[in-house]
Design a protein around this ligand. Structure first.
Ligand code: PEP
Length: 257
């Protein structure tokens, strides 16, 4: 995979209090060895309320576990009750933020314009967006999933200069595979991840496309990780349910390392 360091990110969704979060990160740190954490980048994505605790824990123990947030406001500050800004996340030393997760798109009405504005907000504050794209079952059945995903990618990145995209992470997450137990086949994952990279190369040149990490997400478990990561354009995994189990998540990380 052309020198790209595999990335395993655990999206905890709306699970775990900050105290439970501390427990999970400690278990994870205990299970993973230094060389494993060097070979694969391991990131947890807890709810906002646990970010400060995770920050303190990771800094205190010098653990090489990264963290990020599950969402960011498109706005920088102001009268936006309930929102969390990129500056606030940057102040917690978050490196990553999920943008355009299918649960935000479908349950919270985030359209491509909102997703694009959030990608830009993340970049303005020095956060690395983990931009999620993926098709629903209807699109998959119609056979137009590749175009659907590359279109989502185009719309999310519209107008962003190439030099700002060097660290971007893209996650291909077919909606029919998220939280369903139905993992895509390695060929399905490679097909779309490869097409996303080809589109990035068209728009931003081969060097940028080769630097951007593209993850697969959707019911990834330890047992399916090896197969999924065999695809040359699949640089890691965005893991939901299985990231709440320290042993399972650690096993996924070891498989990627
Ligand atoms: C996700 O939430 O990004 C995800 C992939 O969930 P799960 O692994 O539970 O399907």
């Amino acid at each position: 995979r052309e020198g790209r360091r595999p990335l395993i990110a655990g999206n905890w969704k709306m699970h775990l209090t900050h105290l439970e979060a501390i427990g999970l990160v400690q278990k994870l740190a205990f299970s993973l060895t230094e060389p494993q954490l060097e070979d694969a980048e391991v990131v947890v994505v807890p709810p906002f309320t646990a970010l400060r605790s995770v920050q303190t824990l990771v800094a205190g123990d010098k653990l090489e576990i990264g963290y990020g947030a599950q969402d960011v406001s498109a706005h920088d500050s102001g009268a936006y009750t309930g929102e969390v800004s990129g500056a606030m996340l940057a102040a917690l030393a978050c490196r990553y933020v999920l943008v355009g997760h299918s649960e935000r798109r479908t349950l919270h009405g985030e359209d491509d314009a909102v997703v694009a504005a959030k990608v830009q907000a993340a970049l303005r504050h020095g956060l690395v967006p983990i931009l999620c794209v993926g098709e629903g079952l209807d699109v998959r059945r119609a056979g137009t999933h590749v175009a659907h995903c590359t279109d989502q990618l185009d719309r999310a990145l519209e107008g962003i200069p190439t030099e700002q995209l060097q660290e971007l992470v893209v996650a291909y997450e077919p909606v029919w595979a998220i939280g369903t137990g139905e993992v895509a086949t390695p060929d399905d994952a490679q097909e779309v991840c490869g097409a996303l990279r080809a589109r990035l190369a068209e728009r931003h040149g081969p060097e940028t496309a080769a630097a951007i990490r593209i993850l697969y997400g959707g019911s990834v478990k330890a047992a399916s990780t090896g197969g999924i990561l065999a695809g040359p354009d699949v640089d890691g995994a965005l893991v939901g349910g299985a990231s709440l189990d320290a042993d399972e998540f650690a096993q996924i990380c070891r498989t990627a390392a």
